[in-house]
Design a protein around this ligand. Structure first.
Ligand code: ADP
Ligand code: XUL
Length: 544
């Protein structure tokens, strides 16, 4: 630890866990000095979530108190470790899984102000909720509400022009509309609706935090041109909604300082709290994708592909346009069958694979990686549509795995089939984003640790792939955003290229280069895959 070092904390409250990254900023260099994840299923087991969520029929929710408890645990862990000086933490920011919403009654702000530092956070927050569960991005039970919103606002294309996306099942607006329709009493009792990101920022600051344009764009409620609430969209969603929403403010807004609860409970200083954003917008920063011409691909619970755009892009850029937390915009395409589909194939064929080294995450995936190494690109014509659960892109309302020339009993071929399908779907549905060419892809998220998967990605996209400097780019992005906002508040307006320079550069040894012969195979196969997909997914995702 260099003398004079300052520290910046970034959090990522994603589907399966809450991660933290600590960035050290010394005179001459910045580096990550600590990273840790609290896993919801394992570390907050008494909520009985599976992969961080509760499923009831098609409804997918998470307990907001679990996120609060994970934050409390993480703050305790940060306070106890010795790899940085807690007293020198200057600013804290974060990001959250997008679209999920938290419903609070009027008591929340007063309770946050008077929290007892001798007691755990979650138990003290129970009385603040007007709804004990939060709908999350995996929930797709709002088709009727999406149709109603599209109709009220002049159709899906008009909604996309206004808010950056057609009305979308997992987005917050349709979820709020459903809540109001099914439970008007509890909607009336709701004083404030937060996103996961703005909720956790509020818990740190002890006051209602704003929503930023990165995460705000994932609600079907924000005017994508002005980055302010779209009055017509609010009216098409639920009565009295404006009064229930926080303001939208720039992503670099300093909301306040860490509330006394954290200072007394764990010995933190009164660090600045910077507005939080969505996990995908945050990944843009953490992967260093702050200029145009590059693609980011996150292989987490969801798979997403995204790119930065300086100006408001044409609607054909991507199925969703969000604000970028650096200013400007980002396009994004999201796939629901990401890690959980990969795990379903792994667990079916490799229930107890054993590896060569002691790292449990590598051991778990060793058999899967071996299958990729031992099978050939193109899979001898075998293909899979890996819709282990309903899919977002293309829109597939009911789960169903389809196989073509693929023997369900052939373990290795099924492993290759799921990865080829995912990579071809990512490439086919993101053609607008890459504009027909991209200099490089930066991969992030849990599965980006898997080199064999990245090889298929490089071959399918016909470009070089690097792994982001930190496996969790979203979390690093949050720490970098805390640094940027802190500097700005002290009169130092850094360019974003300066902010990410030297910290997000993907390590050269992670580079995976496409193989010419494989590229040729996939050029043809991508067309066949698109055909196979359209036979089983009658509704194409609207680019509009
Ligand atoms: P999220 O942020 O959406 O909660 P992460 O980005 O942390 O998810 O990714 C977690 C997932 O990464 C795990 O569920 C696991 O399936 C996957 N994963 C971890 N290591 C590997 C690996 N070596 N190969 C493939 N997948 C992996
Ligand atoms: C993006 C999306 C997911 C979540 C979860 O639109 O729904 O990527 O942000 O990570």
């Amino acid at each position: 630890m260099a003398t004079g070092s300052r520290f910046f904390l970034g959090f990522d409250c994603s589907t399966q866990g809450l991660a933290a990254t600590v960035l050290e900023a010394a005179e001459k260099r910045r580096q990550v000095v600590f990273a840790h994840t609290v896993e919801f299923d394992r570390d907050c087991a008494h909520y009985h979530t599976r992969n961080g969520v509760w499923r009831s029929g098609n409804e997918v929710t998470s307990p907001p108190l679990m996120w609060a408890e994970a934050l409390d645990r993480m703050m305790g862990i940060l306070a106890r470790q010795r790899s940085f000086d807690l007293r020198r933490v200057k600013a804290i920011s974060g990001c959250g899984q997008q679209h999920g919403s938290v419903y609070l009654n009027p008591s929340a702000a007063a309770v946050w102000r008077s929290l007892d530092p001798d007691h755990e956070l979650a138990a003290q927050l129970e009385s603040t909720l007007s709804r004990d569960r939060s709908p999350v991005w995996l929930d797709e039970t709002t088709r009727a509400q999406c149709d109603a919103i599209d109709a009220a606002l002049g159709g899906a294309a008009a909604v996309k022009r206004l808010t950056g996306s057609a009305a979308t099942e997992r987005f917050t607006g349709p979820q709020i509309r459903k809540f109001h329709e099914l439970d008007p009493g509890r909607y009336d009792a709701t004083d404030r609706v937060h996103l996961v990101s703005s909720y956790l920022a509020s818990l740190l600051a002890g006051r209602h935090a704003p929503i930023d344009p990165g995460d705000g764009a994932g609600m079907n409620l924000m005017n994508i041109s002005s980055c302010q609430w779209a009055t017509r969209a609010l009216a098409a969603t639920a009565p009295g909604l404006r009064a229930r929403l926080p303001d939208i403010q720039d992503s670099w807004t300093i909301i306040g300082t860490l509330s006394p609860y954290w200072i007394t409970r764990y010995g933190f200083p009164a660090a600045q709290i910077v507005a939080w954003t969505g996990d995908n917008p945050s990944s843009l920063v953490g992967a260093g994708l702050v200029s145009e011409g590059h693609l980011g691909i996150s292989l987490g619970t969801s798979d997403t592909v995204f790119a930065f755009s300086r100006g408001l892009p044409d609607p054909s850029f991507a199925s969703h346009v969000f604000g970028s937390p650096t200013g400007g915009y980002m396009g994004l395409v999201c796939f629901k069958n990401g890690s959980l589909a990969r795990e379903a194939v792994r667990d079916r064929y490799e229930p107890a694979s054993s590896g060569r080294d002691g790292d449990p995450s590598r051991r778990e995936w060793e058999g899967f990686s071996r299958a990729l190494r031992e099978t050939s690109p193109g899979n001898h014509g075998a293909m899979m549509l890996p819709w282990f659960e309903p899919e977002i892109t293309p829109r597939v309302p009911a789960a169903g795995v389809h196989r073509s020339n693929l023997d369900p009993a052939d373990a290795s071929a099924n492993v290759r089939a799921v990865i080829e399908a995912q990579m071809m779907a990512l490439a086919n549905h993101s053609e607008g984003l890459s504009g027909g060419g991209c200099a490089r892809i930066v991969a992030t998220g849990g599965a980006s640790a898997n080199r064999e998967i990245l090889q298929v990605m490089a071959d399918v996209f016909d470009t070089r792939v690097f792994r982001s400097a930190e496996g969790n780019a979203a979390c690093l992005g949050a720490a970098l955003r805390a640094f940027h906002a802190h500097e700005l508040s002290h009169g130092r307006a850094l360019e974003w290229t300066e902010v990410v320079d030297g910290v997000t550069d993907p390590p050269l040894e992670t580079r995976v280069t496409q193989v010419t012969a494989h590229v040729a195979v996939y050029r043809d196969l991508r067309k066949r895959y698109a055909q196979f997909e359209s036979e089983h997914a009658p509704v194409r995702s609207p680019l509009l």
